[in-house]
Write a protein that binds this ligand. Structure first.
Ligand SMILES: NC(=O)c1ccc[n+]([C@@H]2O[C@H](COP(=O)([O-])OP(=O)(O)OC[C@H]3O[C@@H](n4cnc5c(N)ncnc54)[C@H](O)[C@@H]3O)[C@@H](O)[C@H]2O)c1
Length: 306
């Protein structure tokens, strides 16, 4: 199949693109490369890979024609990045997504949207896909508005991913598990604000598996929103830190100050599990693989990689 991956040079997009190529698809990565080109270099010469440098804010109808599937990942990803660039976040996450939806409104191309569990927000329990949305950040707001626009089309699926962890060629050390582990290794301390706050996590390779699952089960999944993750990975910040402490000699410091990020929720994944999708990796898998990467950075890389 001919597949377009917007944001294909990102943390998730690079691993998704590689997997789609392995499965015999022809993949078009469309990205503005705001974090550089390096993430694609190891497979850029693949004969079925095509790279398009373009900003999704400038897409025209013809840019989206001819693809069987569009995986839409391009975004300003994460609350801190959106808070630093609120206008770009609105224009890219919401505005550009609405325009993509508008450009393909008369087509039957499948649009698979990278949504998030982040907008379940504060003090929300056992959230399923019909639970109330409690938006706490520009990231949550812009991603929710975009998801709603995507789901006005019949031929769309939205995957609300848990917060991811694990290695990728475009590394993101701002994600909670990655961040805590990086600090444990390099600073020997993990400082936690509101240690009781619960969130949900998932290994990045399980996110890619969920994308492939959606591709292979599209007739059953079309027109619906799915939480993607596993209840065993609904963890508090303290759970995450204590798990890391099992592997890295470090001190956990519980701050009495309140956290700026007030998210506190747990999620139900029953809907996608009923279709047969389940995760394969636990947090230990992610910690072990990232320990290798971070010890390499520490020894050889003078820069902090964000
Ligand atoms: N990583 C997570 O934990 C997580 C969890 C839930 C949902 N998501 C969603 O998954 C998607 C991918 O996230 P990620 O972690 O890979 O983030 P990322 O920042 O690594 O990737 C985003 C990619 O989009 C590109 N991009 C940004 N603005 C663009 C623009 N205007 N035009 C073209 N390309 C642009 C960037 O260059 C980057 O390659 C995002 O939509 C994010 O909201 C991520």
């Amino acid at each position: 199949m001919n597949i377009l991956v917007t944001g294909g040079a990102g943390y998730v997009g690079t691993l998704l693109t590689e997997e789609l190529l392995k499965n015999g698809h022809t993949v078009y990565v469309l990205d503005n490369f705001m974090y550089g080109y390096e993430s694609l270099l190891h497979f850029v010469d693949h004969q079925n890979l095509h790279v398009i440098q373009k900003d999704i804010r400038n897409l025209e109808k013809k840019d989206l024609a001819g693809y069987d599937i569009i995986f839409h990942l391009a975004a300003i990803s994460g609350a801190p990045a959106c808070d630093e660039n609120p206008f770009s976040a609105q224009a890219i996450n919401t505005g550009a997504t609405k325009r993509i939806v508008d450009h393909i409104k008369d087509s039957s191309q499948l649009l698979i949207y990278a949504s998030t569990t982040s907008f379940y927000g504060k003090d929300n329990k056992d959230c399923d896909e019909d639970s109330p949305i409690r938006v706490l950040s520009a990231y949550g707001k812009t991603k929710y508005e975009a998801e709603q626009a995507v789901m006005t089309r019949r031929d769309s699926v939205a995957l609300r991913f848990a917060t991811l962890f694990g290695n990728s060629p475009r590394m993101r050390n701002d994600l909670m598990v990655n961040d805590f582990l990086y600090r444990a290794i390099n600073e020997k301390t993990i400082v936690i604000f509101e240690s009781f706050s619960r969130r949900t996590f998932m290994h990045i390779r399980d996110a890619v598996r969920a994308y492939l699952f959606t591709l292979n089960n599209r007739d059953r999944m079309i027109g619906e929103i799915y939480n993607v993750g596993d209840e065993t990975l609904n963890l508090t910040k303290l759970d995450v830190a204590e798990k890391i402490k099992q592997y890295v000699d470090c001190e956990i410091i519980l701050s009495k100050l309140s956290a700026s990020d007030k998210r506190n929720f747990n999620v139900s994944f029953t809907k996608i599990k009923r279709l047969g999708f389940s995760t394969r990796h636990n947090i230990d898998d992610g910690i072990k693989e990232m320990m290798k990467l971070f010890s390499y950075y520490r020894r050889y890389c003078p820069y902090k990689v964000i």
